[in-house]
Design a protein around this ligand. Sequence first.
Ligand code: PLP
Length: 362
Amino acid sequence: MSKIEDLARANVRQLTPYQSARRLGGSGDVWLNANEYPLAVPFDLRQQTLNRYPECQPKAVIERYAAYAGLSPEQVLVSRGADEGIELLMRAFCEPGKDAVLFCPPTYGMYSVSAETLGVEYRTVPAQEGWQLNLSAIAEKLDGVKLVYVCSPNNPTGNLVKPEAIRQLLEMTRGKALVIADEAYIEFCPTATLTGWLKEYPHLVILRTLSKAFALAGLRCGFTLANAEVIALLLKVIAPYPLSTPVADIAAQALSEQGVALMKEHVGELLATRDKLISDLRDCRCVEKVFPSETNYVLARFTDSALVFKTLWDQGIILRDQNKQPGLAGCLRISVGTAEECDRVISALQKLSGASASMEQA
Ligand SMILES: *Cc1c(COP(=O)(O)O)cnc(C)c1O
């Protein structure tokens, strides 16, 4: 008799699941490790028809997101988070064991996790100076690649990828592969969106989410924006009822005129808090470098990141360790919380800096 585990697919046996902030645990009261919005926005549950199956693509949600993004409803797909969009693209376009996907670390972890789960090969081309695309190295690795994921602004580094480089990538891949621009954080730098390019590039796809600026990570609702032909293919592989009725109900409220206006107000406040956090971090002795950010998180390199991570963890302040990502030794990612939460980070860091300064003197 074989063990149940031996019955599983080989790639699943080897799989390391995505190390989500929730899985990593910790018992903090200041959660700055998942780029969530720090405060909950209240919603009503208005749809009471839970005896019925939901619509696959709830009309109100699709129409409101299309209006918000300046696109037509045929160009919008809604799914269980942007994470489901990442995977649906692979399921629709990649033949396991034959086709490949490509992305540029350090970047978001789900591109590799989805590829591994599906048994799809993934290739990486490390980002170059300033975490920009290494186009010549990408060109050399494109053979057999169907999907290129470009996260902009990039998680965890916080920078935008230069649009001219994405345009060159789109020219290079025309007729061969899709380019997926992951815009999970675009509300924090809205003018950088590539939605205006969809008319020029039939192979451009954009991922969006309600998890970050819209303060709805717990809702699990994301969007794929693309030309109608791409959306029609994704609709063939999506589950028949990807969103529950309460999710669609709340998403529609979040995307109402007032919902969008409230999100924009929150973004304005958060950006002010972020800029103060960045300047306060730059004054901390234990901080070696603070990277610029276009997002709701800040990446910083510390003189002793393990000590910082552990010390703050023990005080209930949970950050995200980025040490294992290529090129990010000594780096921690700090989500921008409330002003009070950011002040707690800074005062903990100042105490640490003070402690190490007095140790140096001793
Ligand atoms: C958070 C995040 C997502 C996932 O969004 P969900 O809608 O919560 O699944 C996708 N891409 C990036 C870069 C992210 O940071």
